[in-house]
Structures are given as C-alpha cells and as structure tokens.
Design a protein around this ligand. Structure first.
Ligand code: NAG
Ligand code: NAG
Ligand code: NAG
Ligand code: NAG
Ligand code: NAG
Ligand code: NAG
Ligand code: NAG
Ligand code: NAG
Ligand code: NAG
Ligand code: NAG
Length: 842
C-alpha cells in the first residue's frame, strides 16, 4: 500500500504530461497563430479612438460598429472583428471596417498608416467628414485591395495613391467631392497593370478616357458613371478579354459608339445610359451571350433594334429608352423569356403590337412603350393570363380605352395610360385594380369625363401621385386617398367649391387644381402643403392669409383668379417661413405691399454661401439617396419669367420669385424688399405703385428680372442698380420716372422698350437727350455686360396649354413633335422618369 500511492502519482503525472505533450503536438500541427504584434494592436486601438460611432444616417441594414469589439484588454488583435493577420508572421494584412458607423477625420498621421503590412483595406460606407485622402497611403505599399467607397472624402486624390502599384482592386466610388487629377486615368492604366476592378462612380474626373485604359487586360469590372468624362470613348475597352461589367453612364459629354462585338466577350453587364453615344447598335451585340443587363438609354442611338437581341436569352434588363430608334419591335424579343424589364419608350418606334406579344415574357414586370408611334392592340377574346406588371407605361399608344387585361392586374405600382385618346368615364372595374399596390396613376392627356360610380374617395389606398392633367373632367373635384403626395388635375372642367375632404390629405405636398372653373378657396389647415397651385380658376374671395402659417409652404400660385382685398394686414398671419415662390398676379388685390412681413420671409433671404452649401448638400443627397432623390425635389410648374411662359422642370429652393403683377396695389415699394436678398424675379408691373424706386433693390444681387412697368413710380432710376450683374431683364416703362438712364454693365443691354413712356426720362437708349450735362452719367467702370446667367436652371419654354413644346435643355435645342414627351417627363410624381431625364441617371 505504501508504494502504491507514489505510483499513482507517477502514473497520473505521466498521463498529464502525455496529455500536455499531445496538446502541444496537436496545437503545433494545426499551426498555432502567433499573437498579433503589440505595435499593430496599439495602432488599431489608436485608430479606433480617433473616431466616434455615428448611429445615424446609415442606410445599409447590415452596418454595425465592428470596432466596438476591439478592447485593450484582449491581447490577440488577430481575432478582432474586421482584422486578419498573416498566419506565419502575425502581421495585420487585412482590415475590413466597411459599414462600421465610423465618423471622424482621417489624419495623415493616423495610426492606420503604421499597419505597413496591410494588403487589403476596406473602409467603405463610413463618414470621414470630408477629409482629404492622406498622402500617407504611400506607406501601405503592399495594398492590393483598396475600397474607400461612399465615405465622404474630399479633395484631390493624391498621387501617392496612384503609386500603389500592386493594386488589383480600387474602389473610390460615391465620393462626389473627390477629384482625380487630369492625367489620373492614364496614370492608373500605367501603374496598375494587373488591375481587375476599377470603380470610380461619382468621382469628379473631368477628363477624357485614355486609350491606354484598354491595355488593362485583366480588368473584369470597370465602372465610371457620373465622372464628367468627355471626349471619345476608346472602343478597345469593349474588347477587353475578361471584362464582365462596363458602366459609363451619366457622362453627358462622352461620345462614342458600340463597335462590332466578339463572340468571346464575357460581358454580363453593359450600361451606357446618358452618354452621348450614337450610331446603330450592331447586330453583333447578339454575340454577347452572357449579357444579363443591357442599358443604352438616354443616348443618341439610331437605326432599328437589332433582332439579334433575341438571342440574348439571359437578358433580364433591356433598357433602350430615349434614343432615336425606329422601325418596329423585333419579333425575336418575345424569345427573351427571362426579361423582367423592357423599356423602349421615347423613341421613334412604330407599328402595331398586340399585347399578346408580351405573353411569352412570363417574368416581365416593367414595360415602358410610351412616347413612340406604336399602336397597342388588345384582343378581347384572348383568355390567357398576362404577366403581372408592377410598372406599365403605355402612354401615347392609341389604346382608345382601358385595356381589359388590366382587370386582372393586382400588383401594379405605376400605371401610365396618358395620351391614349381614351374617352368617357374611367370604368367601374378600374376601382378594383391593384387597389393595395398602386402608387402612381397617370391618366393625363385623354378625354376622360369622370369616374364611373366614383366612390367618395378613390380606392387606391397607397396612391402617392395622381395626374389627371388635360382631360374633360366635369363636376366636382375627385378626391384621392389620404396617402396622396402629388395631385394634379389642371386643365379640366371641374366646377363647384373645393370639398372639405381635401383636408384629409394630410401628406399632400403638391396640389395643382389650376385652369378649372372651381370656385371656393382651400379649406384651412392642410398643414403639410409645400406647393399650392390654384392658378387660372374663378376663385372669388379674399386672400387666404391663414396660408401664411403653413410651416412647409414653399410655392404658392394663385395667379389669374378673382382674389380681392388687401394682403398681410397687420393682424393677419403672413409669415411664410419657407416660401420662395409667390405668384398672385392677375387678381384684384388692393392696398399696400405687406412690407412689415417681408422680414419674416426667411427663405427669400438666403444668399450665396448658403446656396452653395445647399447645392453641395443636394449633390450628396443625390449620391447617397440614390434612387430616392427624385422624391425630394420634384416640383414642376409653369410661370411667366422674363416675359416668357416657362416650365420649370425642377423647382428647388434656388428659385426665388415674387410676382404681384396686374393687381391694384398702391403706395410705395417698401425699402424692405431689399432684404429679400435671394430674389431672382420681382414683378410688380401693372399696379398703382407710387414714389421712388428704392435703391435697396441693389442688394438683390441674384436678381435676374425686375419688372416695375405700368405703375406711377417717380424720381430717378437708382445708379446702384447697375451693380446687379445678373439682371438680364429690366422694365420700368410707363411710369413717371425722371432724369438720366444709368449706364454700364447690364444697363447697356436693355433696349428702349424697357424705359419707354416715361416723359421725363432721358439718355440712351431713349432718343431724348439729357439737356443738363450733369445728367449724363458716366458708365460704370468694369464691363461684363455679356455675362448671362442661368444659374444651372434648365428652362423649357412652352406654348400655351397642352400644345406644342419646344425649349432649351442643357444648352441643347430640343424640338419635339411628341409634345407629351416633355409634359410627361416633367410631370409631378413621375419621379422615376423625371429623374431619368433630368438627373440623367443610368
Ligand atoms: C498599350 O497597348 C498597345 C497595343 O496593345 C501597345 O502598342 C502599347 O505600347 C501599350 N501601351 C503601354 C503604355 O503599354
Ligand atoms: C475575338 O477575340 C479573339 C480572342 O480574343 C480574337 O482572336 C479575335 O480576333 C476577335 N475577333 C474580333 C472580330 O474582334
Ligand atoms: C446624334 O447623332 C447624330 C449622328 O448620328 C448627330 O448628327 C447629332 O448631332 C447627334 N445629336 C446629339 C444631340 O448629339
Ligand atoms: C441567333 O443565334 C443563332 C445561332 O447562334 C444564329 O444562327 C442566328 O443567326 C442568331 N440570330 C440572330 C437574329 O442573330
Ligand atoms: C376563357 O376561359 C374560360 C374558362 O377558363 C372559358 O370558359 C371561356 O370560354 C374562355 N373564353 C374564351 C373567349 O376563350
Ligand atoms: C370588385 O371586387 C369585389 C370583391 O372581389 C367584387 O365583389 C366586386 O364585384 C368587384 N367590382 C367590380 C366592379 O368588378
Ligand atoms: C368656365 O365657366 C365659364 C362660364 O362660367 C365658361 O365660359 C368657360 O368655358 C368654363 N371654362 C372651362 C374650362 O370649363
Ligand atoms: C376625414 O377626416 C375626418 C377627421 O379626421 C374623419 O372623421 C373622416 O372620416 C375622414 N373622411 C374620410 C372620407 O376619410
Ligand atoms: C410681369 O408680369 C406681367 C403681367 O403679369 C407680364 O406681362 C410680364 O411679362 C412679367 N414680367 C416679367 C419680367 O416676367
Ligand atoms: C416693358 O413693358 C411694356 C409694357 O408694360 C412692354 O410693352 C414692353 O415690351 C416691355 N419691355 C420689355 C423689354 O420687356
């Protein structure tokens, strides 16, 4: 027994050491990882400390703060979230902090740059507060993967990044404040010879695309959308042997054509939207057997749609909208059984197409054929089930009536039947179509007289946009459901008072009831209203001053009604904190201008710096919000500006207008007008205003048009007005002004009709010489009278009513016989289409 005890100990010891040996053995055979290096661990912790966790404003649902698991007390940083080390050396080789809610400045002395062994760095979807990209990236010379997409970096991309010659993956996309140096693409092509992925969408490149980019034979992914590229696009890029994705949309000044394509091409995605490509789509496009997405929209392609497209049976998206394609839709398209999206709208396509044509496309979900000369025929005897559409744009297709097959559509979200010569009533069964899903219903430019058995409120419970413009609707105003945001029903024959139910539309942002025969005014307190257009009705009432407390009201148009009485009397609320457009012209309003309220019109006082900031924020929004942007700033309206009836395709806070012309206002023009510093257009013509032109108007530095004609103004034209360098339209004719006309700058461009019928006014351009030599004023010193300014507005002049449309868009003359095209393109609520055109989104 005495011996047995030590023996047991021995045996136990032996077993234990055996076990340990085994453990060590098994550990080393699976390659135990060396702990991370202290300096790198420390660098990571320091990096973490330099940021805050920003919980707001991240749309990516998978985002979470990876760094929150990094703790000083945990020694092995190789196990930290987002960190990867080399198995042998223990050095940190990969850091992935994409979508990690990081917010803060990235300094050039950041400890990040101590991680000299990094091969892969991903910081996409964070917020680096407009940091410039540090030159210290030079220290990370082993990088093969660099992804800094959508992370709010600003400034010029330093050449040090373009020297990371091992890169095979470079993604700096969605940083709209980043700029690439002019030669940047060339340097990239020269330095990154093994590059496989180049993604620079929304980086400001502003150069041409060098041919040498076609030398990057390893490229699989090339995306350069919205980079302000110009010049000719090198055709060699289409022939890159490994290229699977090519996206160059949104570069309006990039010209090019689609070359003959090779059977061996592995292209899966080809997106050419909104570039200035021209010519025909080659038959050989049918060689791209792998193609899944083909968008060649908003270009200048001509010729016919190649029937070889019917061989691309993997296609899911085919978008050729807004080109100059003609001929008929090839039969072969019906072989594309995987097609979900087919957009052929706004071309010159013609011919008769039976709806049954689309029957084989079982997966078709979005179909756009509007804006062609196509006649769509529905065969009522056909019993087959149609694909369930979510988006059906068949405007201008000669339908003549509501197609029967719509009866079975229960998933429609957007339905456009505009311009189809549909007569009579909206059939009763339409009241059962997609009542849960429909959010955009466009029936404008038809001959509709009403809704058959109209329920009190239209039954589409989620409807956001309803357009009934230019029909023959009679009787009382149809009431959309409370979900509605945009409601247009101008140019109809509606009569009676505006029903009180309209107040249940608590989300409505734009209401256009203009050009009807409606009488009463809006009932009170629809508080969300942002835009009200009741112009051209017969509203006989006093001014609805309660509108002034609407916190969101930005646009108020009551032009051409029978409003009477004073506005803004001292006891009324007339604050209009966000108002930037007020058009009360052609009414019977009397009394003084509401000068005591002008100081409260805050939105009209916004000037340069804030505007630029606004533009910047707007750009960020465009980028970050992606497809959502169309909803934010999508008002359109017509207004008389500079004497021309003008359609503003997009009205945002940059356009500031007061039009009180053609009323019976009296008294002086108050000095306080000079505080509304943001004004672009001030029209007080045809009133009974007296006294002098206040020299404070010279403070309105953004003023483009000033019309004071047909009043009883007296005194001299203030010399200070020559400082208004954007002024392109000026009219003081038919007043009692005296003395010499100022000269210099813009004033040298105004013609005689701007000054006529002021008997005591003298000097050029009037023929009357100024007798007194002191009356000849010297011209102002600097000369920039040729400066003409449109502050980026794309303005479209239109004829009256629903007629012929012509205009100027982006500096190009656009003349279209398809008048509906513009009207529709710019119609409220057609967010998607409007963005397509205006934003030239691809
Ligand atoms: C690019 O490729 C072309 C033809 O393949 C070749 O002639 C040219 O030298 C290459 N350029 C560079 C800079 O490698
Ligand atoms: C197609 O590609 C192959 C391989 O890259 C090449 O040999 C051939 O010349 C190309 N054909 C055309 C028409 O470009
Ligand atoms: C469209 O292409 C034609 C040539 O096919 C050209 O004459 C025309 O100027 C182009 N239009 C635009 C707007 O670039
Ligand atoms: C489609 O492909 C077949 C076989 O590859 C070919 O014979 C035919 O010409 C192609 N059709 C068109 C319209 O290009
Ligand atoms: C449509 O189908 C129904 C049953 O599915 C059948 O009774 C009817 O006769 C068919 N109508 C036509 C016109 O084919
Ligand atoms: C609408 O649908 C309901 C329920 O399915 C049905 O009772 C009604 O008759 C339908 N109305 C019309 C006009 O089709
Ligand atoms: C409006 O009513 C007047 C008569 O009150 C009529 O002359 C005019 O044609 C009507 N306008 C419309 C658009 O119906
Ligand atoms: C309109 O709103 C009022 C009060 O909010 C409510 O009582 C009424 O039922 C609503 N009417 C309709 C038709 O929704
Ligand atoms: C000012 O309004 C009058 C009448 O409404 C109009 O005729 C004139 O063209 C307008 N002036 C400007 C500059 O738009
Ligand atoms: C100025 O207004 C008068 C009438 O009010 C008009 O006849 C004249 O054409 C206008 N001049 C300009 C340049 O708009």
């Amino acid at each position: 027994m005495d011996l047995s005890f030590p023996l047991i100990i021995l045996v136990v010891r032996f077993l234990v050491s055996l076990m340990m040996f085994y453990l060590i053995l098994s550990a080393s055979s699976s390659g135990v990882q060396p702990l991370c290096h202290d300096d790198e661990r420390f660098a990571l912790l320091q990096f973490k400390e330099s940021f805050t966790i920003n919980w707001s404003a991240f749309s990516d649902p998978s985002a979470y703060p990876k760094v929150s698991s990094w703790k000083p007390e945990s020694s092995d940083c190789c196990n930290w979230d987002g960190v990867e080390c080399n198995k042998d050396t223990g050095h940190v080789i990969s850091l992935d902090l994409s979508s990690s809610h990081l917010k803060g400045f990235l300094h050039s002395n950041s400890s990040l740059f101590h991680l000299a062994h990094l091969e892969s760095l991903k910081l996409a979807n964070n917020h680096f507060k407009h940091s410039p990209l540090p030159t210290s990236f030079r220290q990370l010379s082993r990088l093969t993967v660099l992804n800094l997409s959508a992370s709010v970096f600003s400034g010029q991309i330093p050449s040090e990044i373009l020297e990371l010659s091992k890169l095979v993956f470079l993604d700096l996309s969605d940083n709209p404040f980043l700029k690439l140096q002019k030669s940047g693409l060339r340097v990239i092509a020269q330095n990154f010879t093994n590059l496989e992925v180049l993604h620079l969408d929304y980086v400001f490149i502003s150069s041409n695309v060098p041919n040498i980019l076609a030398n990057l034979t390893s490229l699989t992914f090339l995306s350069l959308r919205w980079c302000d590229l110009h010049g000719d696009f090198p055709v060699g890029i289409f022939h890159l042997p490994k290229l699977q994705l090519l996206r160059i949309g949104g570069n309006e000044y990039l010209t090019g054509y689609v070359p003959e394509l090779n059977k061996t091409s592995p292209l899966v995605t080809l997106r050419l939207g909104s570039v200035n490509f021209y010519g025909e789509l080659p038959d050989s496009i049918g060689h791209l057997k792998s193609l899944v997405m083909l968008t060649a929209c908003f270009c200048n392609f001509s010729g016919e749609i190649p029937s070889s497209l019917g061989n691309l049976t993997n296609l899911i998206v085919l978008d050729l909208q807004s080109n100059r394609l003609h001929g008929s839709i090839p039969q072969s398209i019906s072989r594309l059984v995987n097609l979900e999206t087919l957009y052929l709208n706004d071309n010159d396509l013609s011919g008769k197409v039976e709806f049954e044509f689309f029957l084989r496309l079982r997966k078709l979900d979005g179909l756009q054929l509007s804006g062609n000369d196509i006649s769509l025929i529905t065969n009522p005897s056909t019993n087959s089930t149609f694909p369930k559409f979510t988006k059906l744009f068949v405007a201008d297709c000669d339908l003549g009536e509501f197609p029967e097959f719509l009866r079975n559509q229960d998933q429609l979200e957007l339905l456009d039947l505009g311009g189809n010569k549909i007569h009579g009533q909206v059939p009763k069964w339409m009241g059962n179509v997609s009542t849960e899903t429909l959010w955009g219903l466009y029936l404008e430019d038809n001959f509709l007289t009403g809704f058959d058995q109209l329920p009190v409120v239209l039954p589409y419970v989620n409807l956001k946009a309803l357009d009934l413009d230019c029909n023959m609707l009679q009787g009382s105003l149809p009431i959309p459901p409370p979900s509605i945001a945009f409601y247009k029903v101008p140019n109809n024959r509606l009569t009676g008072e505006i029903p009180h139910l309209i107040c249940n539309l608590s989300l409505i942002a734009e209401l256009d009831l203009s050009s009807n025969n409606l009488s009463g005014l809006l009932p009170q307190y629809c508080t969300k209203l942002e835009a009200v257009n009741l112009g051209n009705n017969q509203i006989h009432d006093i001014f609805p001053s309660w509108l002034g407390i609407l916190p969101e009201l930005r646009i108020l148009i009551l032009r051409s009604n029978e409003l009477y009485g004073t506005i803004g009397s001292s006891d009324s609320n007339f604050d209009f904190p966000k108002l930037h457009i007020i058009d009360l012209s052609n009414n019977d309003l009397t009394g003084k201008l509401p000068s005591e309220h002008f100081p409260n019109w805050k939105a009209m006082q916004i000037v340069d710096a804030e505007r630029l900031k606004y533009v910047e924020e707007y750009q960020t929004l465009v980028t970050l919000a992606g497809d959502q942007m169309g909803h934010t700033y999508s008002f359109s309206m017509t207004m008389i500006n500079k004497g021309t009836k003008t359609l503003y395709e997009r009205v945002n806070d940059l356009l500031i207008v007061i039009d009180l012309s053609n009323n019976r206002f009296e008294g002086e023009i108050p000095d306080e007008v000079g505080n509304l510093k943001g004004l672009n257009l001030l029209n007080l013509s045809s009133n009974f205003l007296t006294g002098p032109i206040p020299f404070t108007l010279a403070n309105l530095t953004w003023l483009e048009a000033l019309d004071l004609s047909q009043n009883k103004l007296s005194g001299a034209i203030p010399l200070q007005l020559t400082e208004l360098t954007f002024l392109s339209h000026f009219n003081v004719s038919r007043n009692h002004l005296t003395g010499p006309i100022p000269h210099g700058k813009q004033f040298d461009t105004f013609n005689v009709s701007s000054f006529s019928e002021n008997p005591k006014l003298c000097g050029s351009p009037l023929s009357k010489k100024c007798g007194n030599p002191e009356d000849s004023l010297p011209p102002s010193s600097s000369h920039n009278s040729e400066f003409s300014f449109e502050f980026g507005w794309k303005v479209v002049a239109i004829g009256y009513g629903c007629g012929f449309v012509f205009g100027v868009v982006s500096g190009q003359i656009v003349i279209t016989k398809k008048y509906g095209w513009f009207m529709k393109t710019f119609t409220i609520g057609k967010a998607r289409r409007r963005v397509n055109w205006r934003g030239r989104r691809n």
